[in-house]
Design a protein around this ligand. Structure first.
Ligand code: SF4
Length: 387
């Protein structure tokens, strides 16, 4: 434990976000890092608890709380406080192959379980993690690890999302020859096309892919396994085949006139938006449109942020469930996952632009009402369905 009184001496301080009206002018990430001294103090807030719930991943009332990777959180917090960034990195990489992704997009189950959260603010675990890996990249400490012994076994991994990449990383390090197949034009699955650029800049993924490629992993894009290559062909060439495909099958709305024009699934919408950012290809643009987003979760929020950046005329997000309380109820104590209302970045931006929260609770779609051209009743209303 770096500083026994750290949690009393220093308050939680997060990377400050660029204010909404500025950040919506582009699709860049918008959380500049704290200076080094302040970050080290954030590491000092960790108490190195005898029972560190932050890394426990226990299930309470059917919900996981604490880090599912069992990251060695108190150890690297201590190293950050003491200025040992290289040692912090080595502890971090023991359990987490891609901290640059989790440090950006993980919902931070660790922080919800952090003991400091019992009566004050939890340690900034997720940002400490991001600081550690980004410090490593900027100091050129992240090198390709090429196995010295190969096993002569060949493995095909179908799907290049986080699961496929983590598998490829681990199996390659064990000496197997790994080939990853991806049906899209870029590697990364939902990391690449499901998460908007402002949450995870795509150059961050490419930076990691460059290392994985140097380590010997072969990536094949635009290959739809089952169509472009058969199961038999794979079985002939590889000793093992692993399915690491996600589920791009959207849950549709079973309502009258659902087949009208102007309704899109969220992943299709977000995919095209990111391709437009990267390649200037055609997007599903919300420019000047009144947008209705069905679904109040993280993906719905990403659609809010994307619609706003595209210049929508208005945005509404509808949610079936009632609004969650602003603070934990007595029936939902620490270290359970807190069932509280969070206002995410897209919703903050909607509030800044349109002066009201886009969310409407306890509401769902009953019917799509059309004009004579089979478009939704107002020519300029589009629905993005995130279910
Ligand atoms: S629960 Fe919080 S204070 Fe305790 S070891 Fe984990 S990060 Fe540190």
């Amino acid at each position: 434990m770096g500083k026994p009184t750290g949690f009393l001496d220093y308050k939680r301080q997060e990377n400050e976000a660029i204010e909404p009206l500025s950040r919506i002018t582009n699709f860049n990430e918008f959380h500049p890092f704290l200076d080094e001294e302040t970050r080290r103090k954030q590491g000092a807030r960790c108490m190195n608890c005898g029972v560190p719930f932050c890394q426990s991943a226990i299930k309470l009332k059917n919900m996981v709380t604490g880090c599912p990777l069992h990251n060695l959180i108190p150890e690297w917090n201590d190293e950050i406080y003491n200025g040992n960034d290289k040692r912090a990195l080595s502890r971090l990489l023991k359990t987490n192959p891609f901290p640059e992704f989790t440090g950006r997009v993980c919902p931070a189950l660790c922080e919800k379980a952090c003991l400091n959260g019992l009566d004050q603010d939890p340690v900034t675990i997720k940002e400490n993690e991001l600081y550690t890996i980004e410090t490593a990249y900027s100091n050129n400490w992240m090198k390709a690890f090429i196995p010295s012994v190969r096993s002569d076994k060949k493995v095909a991994i179908i799907g290049s999302g986080p699961a496929g990449l983590a598998l490829a990383h681990d199996l390659n390090r064990r000496g197997h020859a790994v080939t990853v197949f991806e049906k899209e034009d870029r590697i990364g699955g939902l990391l690449m096309y499901g998460i908007p650029n402002m949450k995870l800049e795509k150059k961050v993924i490419q930076r990691r892919l460059d290392i994985l490629t140097k380590e010997g992993i072969v990536f094949k894009t635009n290959v739809n396994v089952g169509k472009d290559i058969t199961k038999k062909e794979l079985e002939k060439e590889y000793d093992a085949i692993i399915f690491a495909t996600g589920s791009k099958k959207a849950r549709d709305l079973n309502v009258k006139n659902r087949d009208c024009t102007g309704i899109y699934f969220a992943v299709d919408y977000l995919t095209k938006a990111t391709k437009h950012v990267l390649d200037n290809t055609e997007e599903i643009s919300a420019k000047y449109k009144h947008v209705v987003i069905v679904g109040g979760g993280d993906t719905g929020n990403d659609c809010v942020g994307t619609s706003i950046r595209q210049g929508c005329a208005s945005v509404v997000q509808i949610e079936m469930m009632p609004k969650a309380p602003d603070e934990r109820l007595e029936s939902n104590p620490w270290p359970e996952w807190p069932k509280i209302c969070k206002t995410d970045y897209g919703q903050e931006e909607a509030i800044a632009v349109f002066k009201k929260d886009p969310r409407i609770y306890e509401t769902t779609v009953k019917e799509c009402i059309l004009d004579e051209k089979t478009h939704l009743i107002k020519q300029d209303i589009d629905i993005i369905n995130v279910k």
